[in-house]
Design a protein around this ligand. Structure first.
Ligand code: HEM
Length: 227
């Protein structure tokens, strides 16, 4: 009993820490998206292409901020168990926001490409497609009361929902490590046009390895699902 209470306390502490850590990115995304949607041209920075695709990208930033936040909330087992209605409603909101985020990102890629070229467009394109699939599968399986598969797809959606934050986190950690080693190594493999080795690895590494680890974990720990 004591061990379960300690585990719950650690889980809550971990989730609170994660919630705090994502805030900087969440507010950046929501703010830039909202400023862009208000018509302020300063938010465009280096985005290019037709106006419609830039608007779609700004909208994806706002819905993406919601996706990142709700991913942490959906991950919280204690909330899920204690307030199932909250879990269901925030899950619905997450699915809709993830669908819109994926669509917004894909519209931009299709019409404007990306700053990193073909590699980045392919990697972000796959990211968007996977997010859309997970956003459809998760609520669909819950509606069919297939809770085991619902849980699996829900976890995939959460990993994808946190992916954009992982992307920025990886860069932050990389600069932290390489710059602490000296000026010569600071930002090694990073280029402003995203053509550096680190950039080229990152376009895939912010979601694929996490998804692979999740698949491995799901196969090792098939869990009966409690409603
Ligand atoms: C998970 C939630 C997401 C959030 C919070 C988010 C946020 C952002 C933000 C804030 C930017 C502007 C760059 C910056 O200011 O840092 C951006 C750019 C972009 N995002 Fe997302 N995003 C999310 C998901 C996605 C998805 C699923 C896709 C794929 C379809 C996508 C595709 C893009 C593309 C293509 C760009 C522009 C890259 C360029 O500069 O060429 N994002 N995103």
């Amino acid at each position: 009993m004591q061990r379960i209470a300690a585990r719950t306390a650690w889980t809550i502490a971990g989730l609170l820490l994660l919630f705090v850590l994502i805030q900087g990115f969440v507010w950046h995304a929501a703010y830039r998206g909202a400023v862009g949607l208000s018509g302020d041209p300063t938010a465009i920075e280096r985005l290019t292409g037709p106006r419609g695709s830039i608007v779609a990208l700004f909208a994806h930033m706002v819905t993406g901020a919601l996706v990142t936040t709700l991913s942490v909330i959906q991950l919280a087992g204690p909330i899920r168990r204690r307030w199932p209605r909250l879990h269901r409603n925030s899950g619905r909101l997450l699915a809709v926001a993830a669908l819109l985020t994926g669509i917004g990102g894909l519209v931009y890629i299709a019409r404007s490409g990306t700053v990193g070229g073909t590699d980045m467009s392919a990697a972000f394109g796959l990211y968007g497609v996977l997010m859309i699939i997970a956003a459809i599968q998760t609520p669909r399986l819950a509606m069919h009361r297939d809770y085991d598969r619902h849980r699996r797809w829900g976890l995939r959606l959460i990993i994808l929902g946190l992916g954009s934050w992982f992307y920025r986190l990886h860069y932050g950690l990389w600069f932290g490590i390489t710059c602490s080693l000296g000026d010569a190594t600071c930002g090694m493999g990073v280029q402003s046009d995203f053509s550096g080795l680190f950039d080229r690895i990152q376009v895939w590494a912010f979601y694929l390895p996490y998804l692979l680890v999740l698949e491995w974990w799901l196969r090792r720990r098939p869990q009966p699902v409690r409603r």
